[in-house]
Design a protein around this ligand. Structure first.
Ligand code: PLP
Length: 368
């Protein structure tokens, strides 16, 4: 992929974090970013890798008023060979374009989407942290940039990719989440934006999340907006229940984002011959399963945490403890298997890993 490249001179590169145990998530950015502009007349133009810097936007930009924006989130992992693993990046590119279509934004050629990430890894591979469980988070984004105060679809857009080192999600072992079921707010409705990774869905969730935190819960479990009965998602994770040996999870669709981690979990379960039911599940069914002792485990699946065990579940003031408020063996096995594939310590039977070998990183030269 041929991009215009403007590098940060070595003496101006920012110091890399030295303490990898305090990286956290989303606070530190690498030296370079990728940008590409679109107009409805000219299409995409001027793909470029350049120094990470503030954007210049008109205060009338459509995105700032009407929220026409989409994003993706994926991670790049150092493997033992001294190269970099990207996990299912082509699926992120495809989902980005599905989000683009829903938000009436232009699609990005998947080869440019992954090419942009590879070009950034080429320049910023030293930003990928080394300790186990850490990675370089990659955030592709698109915003509607046309200046216009009036509701319409944009004729101008900006696609950009930024990256930054992120810490291990569980530096001291699993930390099961405490979730509360929202019976007051909704995240997504039929025909709405729930299947797109777009800012509005998260803006809609913030108040509920703040109220949950104030009550001692870390995440909100969303029910369907129409009946407030069917379980949908947690924060930025899909949700799965292990009930009497079967994994039950609501099908992705108009109100539930098609998570790549959850899809990977389902493919692994198929390989392990674990029965899976992708079907609507009500909150009453979960409560009943807890009451009769068949609710074995509950866990979320998403890129940030990979697998997030749910230790307690609050609904209408009642708190259920799942897996003794700890981490079930099944969630742990899935976590270890997925992490192993991502870091290249376990076989990759599904061809999920795309290996990138930045020049000067010291690993073997790889293609494919
Ligand atoms: C990103 C996201 C997920 C998880 O998707 P992954 O591809 O597994 O990271 C689930 N739900 C929502 C609402 C999300 O934004």
């Amino acid at each position: 992929m041929d991009f215009r490249i403007e590098t940060v001179p070595p003496e101006q590169r920012r110091p890399k974090p030295t303490d990898e145990s305090s990286l956290g998530f989303g606070k530190i950015y690498s030296d370079h970013m990728f940008t590409m502009r679109w107009t409805s007349n000219g299409g995409w133009d001027d793909p470029a890798v350049k120094p990470f810097a503030n954007l210049e936007l008109s205060p009338a930009s459509l995105v700032l008023h009407y929220g026409q924006t989409i994003f993706e989130g994926l991670k790049a992992y150092r493997n033992r060979k001294g190269t970099v693993n990207l996990f299912r990046a082509a699926d992120n590119a495809a989902r980005f374009n599905r989000s683009a279509v829903r938000l009436d934004l232009p699609e990005v050629d998947p080869a440019i989407f992954t090419g942009a990430i590879e070009a950034l890894l080429e320049l910023d591979h030293e930003w990928i942290p080394r300790s186990h469980g850490t990675s370089l988070y990659v955030r592709p984004t698109m915003v509607a940039t046309e200046p216009y105060i009036g509701l319409k679809s944009t004729h101008e857009a900006l696609f950009f990719v930024i990256t930054g080192p992120v810490g291990a999600y569980y530096p001291e072992g699993f930390n099961p989440v405490r979730i509360t079921v929202s019976d007051r707010y909704s995240r997504a409705g039929p025909g709405g934006l729930g299947s797109a990774k777009t800012a509005a869905n998260y803006a809609a969730s913030l108040k509920a999340e703040k109220e949950a935190l104030a009550r001692g819960f870390t995440q909100v479990l969303w029910l369907d907006a129409a009946e407030r009965r069917y379980v949908e998602e947690v924060g930025s994770m899909n949700i799965l229940f292990k009930i009497a040996g079967t994994v039950v999870t609501p099908p992705v669709g108009e109100t539930i984002l098609a998570g790549i981690t959850k899809d990977s979990v389902l493919k692994l379960l198929g390989q392990w011959d674990v029965p899976v039911e992708e079907r609507p599940i009500t909150i009453e069914e979960v409560l009943d399963a807890h009451a009769d002792g068949s609710l074995e485990e509950v866990f979320g699946a998403g890129t940030a945490a990979v697998i997030s065990p749910v230790g307690s579940l609050d609904y209408k003031g009642r708190t259920l403890h799942v897996a003794n408020a700890g981490t079930g063996p099944f969630a742990e096995r899935l976590f270890n298997e997925l992490m192993g594939i991502q870091y290249g310590t376990r076989p990759d039977p599904f061809g999920w890993i795309h290996e990138v070998a930045p020049a000067g990183m010291g690993g073997a030269s790889v293609s494919g």
